[in-house]
Design a binder for this molecule. Structure first.
Ligand SMILES: *Cc1c(COP(=O)(O)O)cnc(C)c1O
Length: 393
């Protein structure tokens, strides 16, 4: 019999009933240290007092009004995002994949309104992940995402990850945009080199093609900049944001330059819940906390500490681990052993990690994880690695 929850996930036999900072408490009372943060979502940990206060204060005032009216929390969050990024304007969604839908629509509408309606094609990269909507799976293109779901939304093609030179050849008169994650998350914590991202931005500009960045996983302080593309010193035309921006409340956004957004006039797009007062009140509190030089500097300091300890772990278990990957607190352990063995052994050590493609174990802690928690996490990872090594022998 089919479970009452549609079984599209293979779930670990864990039920968390409470969270406190970097810790999650299982129904049986065990305390797990959380290096997953709900897949890069809980940037300020669990039950953060600042976010609890923002949410409950808003809950007592106004939950929902619809976008037929001005929403002051939405306006405030849009202003904060515009003030802190390349963007001139923001549309709010409830998720990353909805941000992908709008990014695609916005790019196509831009060229349509410029009198070049033939420019509809979007170039993506293999190993990408842009969510599970029809545009999201077409943009990513992988078999695992698309197989069996009928005709895909047309107008997408895919190049080898990291092969920026191939973009020049792939662009033609029908190319509207290139879409890329500055650091692939689901694809296995694969950052694109700063030089390559600069080269890609340059190619897009030269060829009149829009650059869409998907910073749903790598954005909001995760890599040690507010947004990952800042490392390369480039600016996109359109950027997708979600996950961390809501700190655990469902919230996404599309950020854009005035020019790129110029086709999206009244009536061209909408969302019932997007930019709702509850979500935006929490989003404002996240931005006020994360988008400060002190917070970002601390992410970088802790990232250095974490990385150094992980390098030590890799050196201790050269048969299990190949390398540490990633930037900031978006880290990955590239494994020789099956990554799921490491993730499962970590569960036994009361530690949460997240598997990714390319046999990688993802490490995506809350950005406010403490130094002591980092030490504890690596010690638990060491226990997990020892268990995997023992089972191998
Ligand atoms: C998670 C993710 C998405 C999809 O976000 P949802 O909120 O699950 O729809 C899109 N792009 C990237 C890079 C992601 O990591």
């Amino acid at each position: 019999m089919i479970p009452s929850v549609l079984p599209t996930y293979t779930r670990a036999p864990l039920t968390f009933v409470k969270g406190e900072g970097s810790w999650m408490i299982e129904a049986d009372g065990r305390r797990f240290l959380d290096l997953g943060a709900g897949i890069a979502v809980n940037v300020l940990g669990h039950a953060n007092p600042i976010l609890v206060e923002a949410l409950t204060a808003q809950a007592g005032k106004l939950w929902h009004v619809s976008n037929l009216y001005n929403i002051s929390e939405q306006q405030a969050l849009a202003d904060k995002l515009v003030d802190n990024t390349f963007a001139d304007t923001v549309f709010f969604t409830n998720s990353g994949t909805e941000a992908c839908e709008l990014a695609v629509k916005m790019a196509r509408k831009y060229w349509y309104d410029k009198g070049q309606p033939e420019k509809v094609e979007i170039i993506g990269f293999d190993g990408a992940f842009h969510g599970r909507s029809s545009a999201g799976i077409a943009a990513a293109g992988g078999k695992k995402l698309t197989k069996g779901f009928g005709p895909l939304l047309p107008g997408f093609k895919h190049l080898t990850w990291g092969d920026i030179a191939s973009v020049n050849d792939a662009i033609n008169d029908e190319t509207a945009a290139v879409i890329i994650e500055p650091v692939q998350g689901e694809g296995g914590i694969r950052p694109i080199a700063d030089d390559d991202l600069r080269e890609l931005a340059h190619i897009c500009k030269e060829n009149n093609v829009l650059l869409i960045l998907d910073e749903v996983q790598c954005g909001v302080g995760r890599t040690g900049k507010l947004f990952a593309h800042e490392w390369a010193g480039i600016t996109p035309d359109i950027m997708m944001v979600a996950k961390g921006i809501g700190g655990g409340f469902p919230l996404g956004a599309v950020l854009a330059s005035e020019e790129a957004a110029s086709g999206m006039t009244a009536g061209t797009h909408g969302s019932t819940y997007g930019g709702n007062p509850l979500a935006c009140a929490v989003g404002c509190a996240v931005m006020d906390t994360v988008a400060t030089p002190e917070f970002i500097a601390d992410v970088n300091r802790k990232a250095g500490l974490f990385r150094q300890k992980l390098e030590g772990l890799v050196a201790s278990y050269p048969d299990l681990f190949e390398e540490v990957r990633g930037t900031g607190l978006m880290l990955g352990l590239k494994c020789y052993a099956p990554n799921t063995d490491v993730v499962n052994a970590a569960y036994d050590a009361e530690l949460i990690t997240v598997p990714a493609a390319d046999n990688v174990v993802r490490i995506l802690p809350p950005l406010n994880i403490t130094d002591d928690e980092i030490s504890e996490a690596v010690s638990r990872l060491d226990n997990a690695a020892a268990q995997v090594a023992a089972n191998k022998d």
